[in-house]
Write a protein that binds this ligand. Sequence first.
Ligand code: AMP
Length: 192
Amino acid sequence: MTNIIICGAPGSGKGTQSDLIVDRYGLVHLSTGDLLRAEIRSGSQLGKKIDSIISEGNLMPDDIMLSLLEQHIKSLPADTKGIILDGFPRTVHQAQDLEDLMLRTGDSTVAVIDLHVGEQELIQRLIYRGQVSGRADDNEHTIRHRLEVYHKQTEPVTAFYQQLGKYYRIDGTGEIADIFERISRTLDEKLN
Ligand code: AMP
């Protein structure tokens, strides 16, 4: 499979752009946040643990995340062309584990799209999303904590992929269609 990673701070538009990428390139969207929220809705013991971690704006442990991801990838139909990974990896450890997993399965990550949006705009977008979607972690206190976690734990992932020559920083501001156009200029080369 030919995989793409979309990353960026909370509120940078990863989910919105992933939907457009799925439509144009025929990839399967895999959002680890969505996987976790589905587990919470199932009411399982693991779901309760996940709920408290997400509500506080912290990250789930790397080992749980990798096994959830691996399980999900294994359950995909054999003819899956590729995946757009949204929200994973969020730590350098996860990035290393993902590269190892790809080596084992013979798949590869061909591009890492990093959506860049200024802090003030991120906060405004997330507060608005919280009002519309009711997501428990989209309140101002948790948003600020999630941004801190992002800078500390997730931003170093960019250097990891820069070293591998797979990293593309994209301006994530402006109209949704214009942002997608910028992303497509990179992906057209990689996926067609
Ligand atoms: P998202 O929907 O991507 O914003 O994710 C919502 C929350 O799920 C995050 O704030 C984390 O608590 C958790 N989460 C999602 N993906 C990961 C991951 N790869 N590693 C750890 N925690 C994650």
